[in-house]
Ligand binder design. Structure first.
Ligand code: PLP
Length: 404
């Protein structure tokens, strides 16, 4: 077989469909977020405004966290030197887990190298080890949950996105004696809609199921202390497993779960993605903890964040752009064509110094390609003026669809 040809053909397929991914090579500038420098292939560079970061609050440049990372690296050195079991449990890991358990008002928490690994490991371990476990999963769940469910080899049912009636019909159809786990998200990152957490918890009680919530796009951002939508709605105690990331709202890297002592101890003891991978550098844990603690105390940041998102949605709407009026901080503008979506993104970067990545299949369904904006507390009115003017120019020139 001509292996090289195979690889090249698969890439050509993506290019033909307009969904070959090109990474923007950027250099963030601490203190100037959301400004960054973009490096072009030809060696040139220029300053741009980032409109698509998942560092939703700009916490990646929080001076308190930067200092914690620097000081801890100086104190501990840079790596942990092992898996958690073999010499790699640093005091900073223990402190971070305590802070996360406190955030969610749970007995325990367990950290992983990423939110993706936390989902994969936890779902696959729990669902494969509980005999006869059935997973009922929202149709829009993130890839990391889907992979975890697949690895568990447990029986799986998909319920229509956020549809409690469909969920209940599925629950009803399963033998009542079987163990069940309902897996869902709070904020869905591509539409910015929010799961019916209370309704799902009620059904879980009625049908004796466990609940697993992915609050990756909500931790740090919702709730009085940043505990997510479940905190905001007073539902944290009704969720069996709360999963989150330290890489988005908290601006660093790493993932975690929180729950009872026995559940976390179980995943710690049986989860291969936890056991067999070296632990995060202590300086990373320290920076993450600094931001988690900081955001527990700074609800005004969340208020400003919501205000910025609401303002941007209104500005887009007033300009006649096809914005999805979501109930969260995520602001999608629909294009509905992969090639045009990429063209719009390229033009915004080339002509207007605005960076927003095109979102194409398989991240979203074909025909629903979009630009996804994530305004932070650092995106000023002046930056919004520039953005709206740029979008109006690009929309007109490319003949993109206006709001219906
Ligand atoms: C990004 C993401 C993850 C993975 O988290 P990382 O910390 O980036 O690995 C999990 N779930 C959802 C919904 C995500 O969007």
């Amino acid at each position: 077989m001509n292996y090289e040809q195979f690889f090249a053909d698969k890439i050509a397929e993506l290019e033909a469909e307009g969904r070959y991914r090109v990474f923007a090579d950027i250099e963030r500038q601490a203190g100037k977020f959301p400004k960054a420098t973009v490096h072009a292939k030809n060696g040139e560079s220029k300053e741009i405004t980032v409109w698509c970061s998942n560092d939703y609050m700009g916490m990646g440049q929080n001076p308190v966290a930067v200092k914690a990372m620097r000081d801890t690296a100086q104190g501990y050195g840079v790596g942990a030197g092992g898996t958690r079991n073999i010499s790699g449990t640093m005091h900073e890991h223990v402190l971070l887990e305590e802070s996360l358990a406190d955030l969610h008002d749970k007995e325990s928490a367990l950290i992983f190298q990423s939110g993706w690994v936390a989902n994969l490991t936890t779902l696959s371990t729990v669902a494969s080890m509980i005999p006869g476990c059935v997973i009922i999963s929202d149709s829009k769940n993130h890839n990391s949950m889907i992979e975890g469910i697949r690895h568990s080899r447990a029986e799986k049912h998909i319920f229509r996105h956020n549809d409690l009636e469909d969920l209940e019909n599925i629950l009803k159809s399963i033998d009542p004696s079987r163990p069940k786990l309902i897996a869902f998200e709070s904020v869905y990152s591509m539409e910015g809609d929010i799961g019916p957490i209370k309704g799902i918890c009620d059904l879980a009680d009625k049908y004796d199921a466990m609940t697993f919530i992915d609050e990756v796009h909500a931790v740090g951002l919702y709730g009085k202390r940043g505990g997510g939508v479940a905190e905001r709605e007073g539902l944290m105690d009704r969720i069996t497993i709360i999963q989150g990331t330290l890489a988005k709202g908290y601006g660093v890297i790493g993932g975690y779960i929180a729950g009872t002592k026995a559940m976390c101890d179980f995943v710690r003891s049986y989860g291969t993605g936890f056991i067999f991978s070296s632990s995060m550098p202590p300086a990373v844990a320290a920076a993450a903890r600094a931001n988690v603690n900081y955001m527990k105390e700074h609800n005004e940041l969340r208020e400003r964040h919501q205000e910025r998102a609401a303002t941007l949605k209104k500005r887009f709407q007033d300009a006649g752009l096809p914005v999805l009026i979501s109930e969260s901080h995520i602001v999608p503008v629909m294009v509905g064509d992969a090639v045009l979506c990429k063209q719009a993104s390229d033009d915004l970067m080339a002509l207007h110094n605005i960076y927003v990545q095109p979102i194409n299949y398989p991240t979203v369904e074909r025909g629903t390609e979009r630009l996804r904006f994530t305004p932070t507390p650092h995106h000023t009115d002046a930056l919004m003026d520039e953005l709206v003017a740029a979008l109006v120019e690009v929309w007109g020139r490319l003949g993109l669809k206006d709001a219906a």
